[in-house]
Design a protein around this ligand. Structure first.
Ligand code: NAP
Length: 463
């Protein structure tokens, strides 16, 4: 940006945009706005003091490389046309109507914070957890710091065959010495120290060709220092319909090869076992006062119209004894105050990022990321997704479709937030907290030591 634009600051002639949610989609939207137009100013809001969303609270602690994407986000934070307003909750401290008074446009990028349900009896028994809350717990999300994870179990069942299921399995299968070298939250490392887990069984309702995990992640399960991998060759038979469905799908083909390799692997007698099972749908989680077993129904695969391969129950049942269950069947978006919501898909209805209500565009309101398209793809997928939404926004701005907000001054936003009892955490404060965490990590030979409680985050950033 040139100096003149910097000096101008947030004048009333520039395009003022609020981006709600500072995860990958929010950052890519902010970046696209800053690159797409010189005279733009962006306020990036997040309900937590810390930015980066699922990069901080979702990416597995033993996958540090994936987190290096935050260096790009730091560059966005450093742009003088952007203000970071952490610790500000949409719906509590500010409403959509408030934002429309102060900004030409709002981009909602709040992700998919909830989880999909199985809808089977016993789902809420103690010892049955959603993978999303477990992931949030070991990654230090403040809301889940007190989650009770009964690790006195010897067998854990993970339902679902996506990358989250693999993350959860690795965390359960690795030794605590391996995990203690990561940025996993200290409370989780301490708790995992006393884990009695001996076996983790990942269960898919369809076949190996339909598994959602990516090959790199799957392969890692065969390279665990602390656990042997077991796959039954008999469950790797791929029917013609599945073969046809994955034609040209390199990931699915490679997954099959890796699984075949696992089936041939000779166990080395490592302390723990990881088992991958297919063609089993959970029908009930049973136990007296806590999980004791999961009852599955065996499926066969059947081709549907359009080539989709469906799991069809055969009536045959199988019970697997386990004291811990992780339901890893996908994240889910939640309704946001003042915005339309598609309950069946868990997304805010939109056309190429323009929010629609009963088929009509809601002027000046856009979405990006998982709340726009559903919980799919990897971090980078959000870049093209956010760029599409920002393109729509800038087109609308150029076409004069964004009404000028009555009170565009940034100071008016500050005053509003104060009046609502918000205590915004800015870029400088975040960078200070970040430095505190990195320094503590260096002292322990770890990437960082996360501060978990919100109060402690605020203190560390302001000391
Ligand atoms: P996902 O990839 O959508 O996998 C969900 C799994 O749950 C599928 O196997 C699905 O089977 C199964 N499932 C859904 N409903 C079920 C039911 N009622 N009973 C039994 N199984 C059911 O979701 P995810 O693992 O939560 O991952 C979310 C996104 O984050 C994905 O795009 C993933 O790649 C990404 N992610 C990436 C990484 C990484 O890059 N390392 C790490 C974590 C997550 P069906 O196919 O039969 O529906």
């Amino acid at each position: 940006m040139n100096q003149a634009a910097a000096d101008r600051g947030a004048s009333s002639t520039e395009l003022r945009v609020a981006v709600v949610g500072a995860g990958p989609a929010g950052f890519y939207a902010a970046e696209a706005l800053l690159k797409g137009r010189e005279d733009v100013s962006v306020d990036l809001l997040d309900r937590l003091p810390t930015p980066y969303g699922l990069v901080r609270f979702g990416v597995a602690p033993d996958h540090q490389k994936l987190k290096s994407v935050t260096r790009l986000y730091e560059r966005t934070l450093g742009d003088p046309r952007l203000r970071y307003l952490g610790n500000v909750e949409f719906g509590q401290h500010v409403t959509l109507d408030d934002l429309r008074k102060h900004y030409h446009a709002v981009v909602v990028a709040v992700g998919a914070p909830s989880d999909r349900r199985l809808g089977i009896p016993g789902e809420d028994l103690p010892g049955s957890l959603s993978a999303t809350e477990f992931v949030a717990w070991y990654n230090g999300l403040p809301d889940h710091a007190d989650l009770h994870v009964p690790l006195d179990a010897t067998t854990a069942v993970v339902i679902g065959v996506g990358n989250v299921a693999i993350d959860v399995t690795r965390v359960l299968a690795k030794s605590v010495d391996e995990l203690a070298r990561t940025d996993m939250a200290d409370h989780a490392i301490e708790h995992l120290r006393n884990s009695s887990i001996e076996e983790v069984i990942i269960v898919g309702r369809r076949g190996p060709a339909e598994a959602k995990f990516t090959t790199k992640e799957l392969r890692e399960l065969g390279e665990l220092l602390n656990a042997d991998i077991y796959v039954d060759e008999g469950e790797l038979v791929v029917p013609a319909a599945s073969r046809a469905a994955i034609e040209g799908d390199v990931n699915a083909q490679k997954n099959l090869e890796v699984l075949q390799g696992f089936a041939r692997q000779t166990p080395e007698g490592k302390p723990r076992r990881v088992r991958i099972r297919f063609l089993l749908s959970p029908v009930e989680i049973q136990g007296e006062g806590r999980v004791e077993r999961v009852v599955f129904e065996r499926n066969r695969l059947e081709e549907q119209e359009g080539g989709w391969v469906a799991a069809v129950p055969t009536g045959e049942r199988e019970a697997i004894d386990a004291q811990l269950v992780f339901r890893s069947v996908g994240y889910r978006g939640t309704a946001q105050p003042g915005l339309p919501f598609d309950e069946s898909r868990g997304v805010i209805p939109n056309e190429a990022g323009r929010v629609t209500d009963a088929g009509r565009a809601v002027p000046g309101v856009y979405v990006a990321g998982w709340i726009k398209r559903g919980p799919s793809g990897v971090i980078g997928t959000n870049k093209a997704d956010a760029m599409e939404s920002v393109r729509a926004l800038l087109e609308d701005a150029d076409a004069g479709l964004l009404p000028a907000p009555p009170d565009p001054a940034p100071e008016a936003v500050d005053a509003l937030l104060r009046s609502r009892g918000a205590d915004p955490f800015g870029t400088t404060e975040w960078f200070r907290l970040d430095a505190v965490e990195l320094e503590a990590g260096e002292a322990q030979g770890r990437p960082r030591v996360k501060v978990v409680a919100v109060e402690a985050m605020l203190r560390s950033g302001r000391d």
